[in-house]
Design a protein around this ligand. Structure first.
Ligand code: P6P
Length: 336
């Protein structure tokens, strides 16, 4: 008998087991679930209506915004604004944070950081894309408007994080610090069913995910790590395999289920790395650590980095613990 527990039932069940997971947080996770269903519907019919393609605007990164980027951003922000738990949202798609000033805003306890549609350049070639979210308790006083300090907290202060992957099936994967759990969406009845309880990454991995087109400008330690992978075999004796989709959520999800590592080091184009600390690296690192893996900028734990800017970028190495440690060794050995 397959487990017919729904995401909603699971959230309530875990709320009773974990006092730290408050009712407000449960309600906030439910609003993310609603927005995910709405965005999923548009992604799945994107090929049929004129919603694919550039919106004609640029986001904070100077990247061409795809129409679905804009749509997803608006839907997730609207879902957050409609609930009493969120006092502000920081999004990849917005230059600055959005502070909820009316109604419940000043008395709400949480802020959320979101990449509403990561990998969106893949939308019009039908490759999996994803939404990434990160939730913190505010540090500014209740009764006042949220401040930037509420958003610039280190990743080790997250109370919840997760992603939705819009792929061959749509899944929502999240953690509140008590393991990682995956739910698969049944669009015929509009319900997310528990499909992957307590996801744990394999101790041994053989997959590495990196854009080798940037090889020339990689740090020496990264070049040596790639050479190590090509000349050696992991202990399970299968050769290393290079798999890179160009969509973080898709590469991350496959590596978490099969074992492996995702790497985005510094490059000539992105001297500090391409991935954004607040709404990509921190949530994915929280999830990976909860699944038994490791996440580093090459020198330190991602979750211990004190953010200084909303769209701050960092080098990002995340996945099977031994593989991340091996990269840190190569980088240490070749540090200038
Ligand atoms: P590149 C998408 O823009 C993204 O942020 C991640 O989803 C993805 O892994 C990476 O950038 C791809 O970057 O430089 O390899 O195209």
């Amino acid at each position: 008998m397959s487990d017919m527990r729904t995401l909603g039932e699971f959230i309530v069940e875990k709320q009773h087991e974990c006092p730290s997971v408050s009712g407000e947080l449960s309600s906030l996770l439910s609003s993310i679930r609603l927005a995910a269903k709405i965005v999923n519907r548009e992604i799945n019919k994107a090929g049929l209506v004129d919603i694919i393609g550039a919106s004609g605007n640029e986001n904070a990164q100077g990247e061409q915004q795809q129409k679905l980027d804009v749509y997803a951003n608006e839907k997730f922000k609207a879902a957050m604004a409609a609930r009493d738990q969120v006092c502000g949202v920081g999004s990849e798609e917005d230059d600055d944070v959005v502070i909820f000033s009316e109604k419940h805003g000043p008395n709400a306890k949480y802020v959320i950081l979101i990449d509403p549609l990561d990998g969106s350049s893949n939308i019009d070639v039908n490759v999996s894309v994803g939404t990434i979210f990160s939730i913190y308790r505010r540090v500014s006083p209740l009764g006042q408007l949220a401040t930037m300090e509420d958003f610039l907290q280190p990743g080790n202060k997250q109370v919840a994080a997760g992603y939705i992957i819009y792929g061959s099936s749509t899944m929502l994967v999240y953690t509140t610090g008590n393991g990682v759990h995956g739910f698969t969406y049944d669009p015929s009845i509009g319900v997310f069913f528990l499909s992957h309880e307590n996801i744990t990454i394999l101790n041994k991995g053989s997959i590495y995910s990196i854009n080798e087109g940037n090889y020339i400008t990689f740090p020496k330690g990264i070049k040596q790590y790639l050479k190590y992978c090509q000349e050696n075999k992991p202990e399970d004796n299968r050769p290393y395999t290079s798999r890179y989709i160009g969509s973080l959520v898709a590469d991350f999800h496959r590596n978490m289920l099969k074992g492996g590592i995702y790497l985005y080091p510094s490059t000539a184009t992105y001297p500090s790395g391409k991935l954004r600390l607040l709404y990509e690296c921190n949530p994915m690192s929280f999830i990976m650590e909860q699944a038994g893996g490791k996440a580093s900028d090459g020198k330190q734990r991602i979750l211990d980095i004190k953010p200084i800017a909303l769209h701050q970028r960092v080098p990002f190495f995340v996945g099977t613990t031994d593989m991340v440690k091996k990269i840190e060794e190569f980088l240490e050995r070749n540090s200038d």
